[in-house]
Design a protein around this ligand. Structure first.
Ligand code: AMP
Ligand code: GLY
Length: 430
């Protein structure tokens, strides 16, 4: 029987750990450091080691003889966690430091796309304020300004006018915001269309496509308000119809895979293409070097195959001969957040109604939760993702919202319209 270690503490990591724990070959899944949700699962145990403590994680993995490590968050991948585990001979699913630059540097990522003819928005990168200002003079609005480095989903600003753009580049290039992640910036063309998340498992030239999904990044109903880490998701994403699926494989996935090989970058792990679909053409907004959150929650609900077997197949060069099976149903997840999120938020409130949600055909994935004296309390901005699997997107939405309605804590809130595009499509067909 195998032991698995999942690194991270969000909803994505709860979903990955939960799915790994369902594998018949797995005895225990450890999560470092996990949350209240992972603490309460059968076959899952939290360990009090932070993702940034590579030495502590490695020591634990060696002592426990861990068979597989799955890394959730991007910052530790960009920091080189996989290189460390590989050196110690431990199988660790995720890209190396060099490969994770595809997410770690927007400039690197954009140059990669241009070099390998992967469709993306027009752009220029700058580290000089004056040059960036001069460039702005000749651009149309809206346009998009991005900090080069990792900025926890907050490094992208859509600017409606020159004033906003000037203020934004000034702040970013000063290096004061985002911990220096914005000392270099990318200014790019604003793309209109519908977004989708297209995620594959990759091992060098082999890839296995995960179910398509769509996130809802804006905080409030109708895609209004500030950007967040993601307020809900569903799978499949109807915008990725069979024709679009083929187009993404041919124009994005295959050129990315062969581009990595050509550039001498060995890539193993999840590769996430954030797409904008515009007039039947996919364009890449970004590559991420990991699973999405909350996309993982809906994708893991739909995955019939054994996640651990898939990761091990990739790590041992057998991904090309591996298929994944999916439940032919729809999954939809609604994120419940703390008052104030995505700004400063309240912490420490006890969450009520979690037990009732269990009878309501939904799985409650935890993110920012902690057990305090045996009680589940809210400790983060995004706190729970209430996820349902049903025969249609309409039913999955109904089930997820019904379960969400029985859960509350002081100031808790969620968007009311997760899945609206897919539901509208369904209703226009009926
Ligand atoms: P990124 O981190 O690059 O994916 O950007 C975060 C979000 O900003 C995306 O999910 C989009 O909603 C939006 N975004 C990024 N780039 C563009 C673009 N070129 N045009 C329109 N929206 C964009
Ligand atoms: N849900 C967006 C992301 O994981 O980047």
């Amino acid at each position: 029987m195998k032991k698995v270690l999942v690194i991270g503490s969000g909803g994505r990591e709860h979903a990955l750990a939960w799915k790994a724990s369902l594998s018949p070959d797995v005895a225990t899944v450890f999560v470092a450091p996990g949350n209240a949700g992972t603490a309460l699962e059968e076959k899952i145990a939290n360990i009090p080691v932070q993702p940034s403590d590579f030495e502590g994680l490695l020591k634990f993995a060696v002592e426990e003889r861990i068979d597989l490590v799955i890394v959730g968050p991007e910052d530790v991948l960009v920091g080189g966690i996989v290189d460390q585990f590989s050196k110690a001979g431990i199988l660790c699913f995720g890209p190396t430091k060099k490969a994770a630059r595809l997410e770690g540097s927007k400039e690197f990522s954009k140059d990669f796309m241009v070099r390998h003819k992967i469709p993306t928005a027009r752009f220029e990168s700058f580290s000089d304020l004056k040059k960036a200002r001069d460039y702005l003079e000749h651009q149309d609005f809206p346009l998009v300004i991005k900090a080069d480095g990792l900025a926890a989903g907050k490094g992208v600003v859509i600017c409606q006018n020159m004033n906003q753009a000037e203020q934004c580049i000034g702040e970013m290039l000063s290096g004061e915001v985002f911990d220096g992640a914005g000392e270099k910036i990318v200014i790019e063309e604003f793309l209109q269309g519908e977004e989708a998340s297209f995620i594959c498992m990759v091992n060098d030239q082999d890839f296995l496509v995960m179910a398509s999904s769509q996130d809802h990044k804006a905080a409030y109903n109708g895609d209004t308000g500030p950007n967040t880490g993601g307020m809900g998701a569903y799978s499949p994403a109807p915008v990725i119809d069979p024709r679009m699926h083929e187009a993404v494989i041919e124009r994005v996935v295959k050129p990315a895979i062969s581009g990595l090989v050509e550039d001498g970058i060995s890539y193993t792990g999840f590769l996430y293409a954030g797409l904008m679909v515009q007039d039947g053409t996919p364009k890449v907004l970004e590559f991420n070097c990991r699973m999405g959150d909350p996309e993982s929650q809906v994708i893991m609900m739909r995955l019939k195959s054994d996640l651990v077997a898939l990761c091990l197949a990739a790590l041992t060069g057998r991904l090309g001969e591996t298929q994944a099976e999916w439940f032919n149903q729809s999954a939809l997840g609604v994120v419940m957040a703390s008052q104030g999120y995505p700004g400063d938020y309240a912490k420490g409130h006890r969450i009520h109604g979690l037990d009732n949600a269990f009878d309501k055909k939904a799985k409650v994935f935890h993110a920012g939760t902690r057990l305090v004296d045996g009680q589940v309390t809210a400790s983060g901005g995004r706190v729970l993702c209430i996820t349902a699997l049903a025969n249609s997107i309409v039913e999955a939405k109904r089930d997820a919202y019904e379960a969400a309605s029985s859960i509350k804590w002081k100031g808790s809130w969620h968007r009311d319209d997760i899945g609206y595009r897919a539901v509208a499509r369904k209703q226009s067909i009926l």
